[in-house]
Design a protein around this ligand. Structure first.
Ligand SMILES: [Zn+2]
Length: 59
């Protein structure tokens, strides 16, 4: 697991969650706490599929 970068749904700020700042709930869900607004937010991990390596640039 690496640093997760997500946008907080509450305050719309990017969150950089290091490995010790989030926990994995199951094979595809992580939970972290937004450092700005303190909201506990859950995210789906994208480990496969066309978005696995991030948004496509151009092409
Ligand atoms: Zn937030």
């Amino acid at each position: 697991m690496a640093t997760q970068v997500r946008t907080c749904p509450k305050c719309k700020q990017l969150m950089w969650l290091k490995e010790d700042q989030y926990e994995q709930l199951d094979s595809e869900t992580i939970r972290g706490k937004c450092p700005r607004c303190g909201s506990t937010v859950r995210f789906k991990l994208v480990s496969q599929g066309e978005n696995a390596a991030g948004p496509k640039m151009g092409h």
